[in-house]
Design a protein around this ligand. Structure first.
Ligand code: TYD
Ligand code: MG
Length: 457
């Protein structure tokens, strides 16, 4: 008997070390090292990989020109949001990881999609829920499908035997943290197990050309081996996120070998499953009749999609020596920068004010074009003067108070027009080469913060 070798693995990034460390030298996380057994490939495993595995084959070197181009066929699901996030449907043989906090709706999303794919033989492997629980969920979302097969199993060896019998066209694994390979002795959910089971599924996906979806949990404190460990092993990484207090869920692409990573899908969690939100701008802007100070609408882009969001600011007299700055859904340092610009270029005294900023709907905006709306919301609250109704903004603010051009301005203007806005403020530098006469909305081009202020107050 050979001696059992163990090693310590960082449960956050998968870094391997011979000794225990308090802080991971790779990802910098504290207290994430756990001792796991390390195994070399046993003869049994080697044999399984080559002989037993029906899908294994030997490879030889070929020239790229010999490789035949096959027209990429994508499987379109009835869910347009998912199709878009995947870059235009499911690619054959792709391995897709879907991460998200527990309870966000990952199982619901994929069960719902699988049930709607009526002519695709789908295998749903669940290591978390029993057949009854899944049936109950299916009843709740009121869907059924003859071509939907269920397997509650966690051992990859059994799973591959069943797959060989059933020959599914799509495989969904819920969740990767529950799977166990018989060749690794560590507990399910440990770094070595997650790596091994994913590698086995990856091999299966590539060799059988079957798309595989892996659902993975990420916890806020990262105590379970995070799907971070697998990000480089899979083709596409999607993240399902949302605020527990809102019904809206966002499906985001983090990595995609077959499409853009700038895509986004929006869903609403209802009593009967997830509903696609096809016109997100309407839900993100609160409908109200009376004008309030501190509110400005921004025409932002999320990926290729225009999205109108509401920025809310509250500027009050500070009671403590150090004024507070709080931002939800917006970068705090960016807020401080905009306040500094207003202080220096506009002569406003934000230094003695508490400033709170919120992006409505619980979403997070990274698009720099939101700057102008943030600035106007701040000014509106500072002056306690509501902005006119039906006005929106799209522009980045520079350090010297200039309004900078942003990308895809025509799409932003078109979206604002579609939603019934009368005026949109954009950067003067965005005017070049664009014919604004085709829009049925007044486009106001501004160059500096002062000009915006004069136009509005
Ligand atoms: P679930 O898909 O189990 O989350 P995950 O797999 O990411 O852990 O979703 C769980 C939550 O969704 C749960 O709190 C109940 C809620 N839910 C609804 O609100 N409506 C529904 O139709 C379903 C099926 C779930
Ligand atoms: Mg689940």
């Amino acid at each position: 008997m050979s001696k059992i070798r163990t090693a310590f693995f960082c449960q956050s990034c998968g870094y391997e070390s011979a000794k225990w460390n308090g802080k991971c030298p790779s990802c910098g996380q504290w207290n994430t090292f756990v001792e796991e057994r390390v195994q070399k490939d046993t003869p049994a495993k080697q044999e399984w990989k080559t002989n037993d595995n029906p899908l294994a084959r030997t490879q030889k070197i070929i020239s790229l020109s010999e490789v035949q181009t096959i027209a990429e066929k994508r499987l379109l699901t009835p869910d347009n949001e998912l199709n878009r996030v995947l870059g235009g449907g499911i690619v054959a043989g792709s391995l897709v990881l879907v991460g998200g906090e527990p309870g966000i709706g990952k199982s619901t999303l994929f069960l719902q999609n699988a049930l709607q794919l009526k002519d695709v033989k789908t295998l749903y492997i669940s290591g978390e829920e029993s057949e009854q629980q899944i049936k109950m969920r299916a009843d709740r979302i009121r869907a059924s499908n003859e071509q939907f097969y269920l397997l509650t199993e966690t051992s990859t060896q059994t799973i591959f035997q069943e797959i060989k019998k059933l020959q599914p066209q799509l495989v969904i694994v819920d969740s990767i943290q529950t799977l166990q390979s018989p060749f690794i002795e560590s507990a399910p959910g440990s770094v070595s197990q997650i790596r091994e089971t994913t590698a086995e599924l990856q091999r299966f996906a590539k060799e059988s050309n079957t798309p595989v979806f892996l659902i993975g949990h990420i916890t806020k404190d990262g105590s379970i081996a995070g799907p971070k460990v697998l990000e480089h092993m899979v083709d596409t990484v999607l993240q399902f996120e949302g605020d527990q207090h809102y019904a809206y869920r966002i499906l985001r692409t983090i990595k995609n070998r077959f499409g853009s990573t700038a895509e986004l899908g929006i869903y609403e969690m209802t009593g009967t499953g997830l509903r696609q939100v096809t016109n997100p701008s309407e839900i993100l802007i609160s409908q109200r009749d009376d004008l309030l100070s501190g509110v400005a609408i921004s025409a932002t882009m999320e990926g290729m999609r225009p999205l109108l969001v509401e920025v809310q600011a509250l500027v009050t007299q500070s009671v403590y020596g150090t004024p507070q700055r709080t931002a939800t859904g917006f970068d705090l340092r960016r807020l401080q920068l905009l306040l500094a610009v207003l202080e220096k270029r506009g002569g406003f005294h934000f230094g003695v004010k508490d400033v709170f900023l919120n992006i409505a709907g619980g979403i997070r905006v990274e698009d720099p074009a939101i700057d102008l709306a943030v600035l106007c919301a701040l000014l509106s609250s500072y002056e306690d003067n509501a902005l006119p109704n039906k006005v929106c903004f799209a522009g980045e603010v520079g350090l010297s108070g200039e309004i900078r051009a942003v990308n895809r301005i025509e799409q932003r203007i078109a979206e604002a027009e579609k939603l019934g806005f009368d005026k949109i403020f954009i950067s003067r530098y965005n005017k070049k080469g664009i014919d604004f006469s085709k829009f049925n909305i007044e486009v106001i081009a501004v160059g500096r913060v002062e000009e915006v202020y004069q136009q509005l107050f």
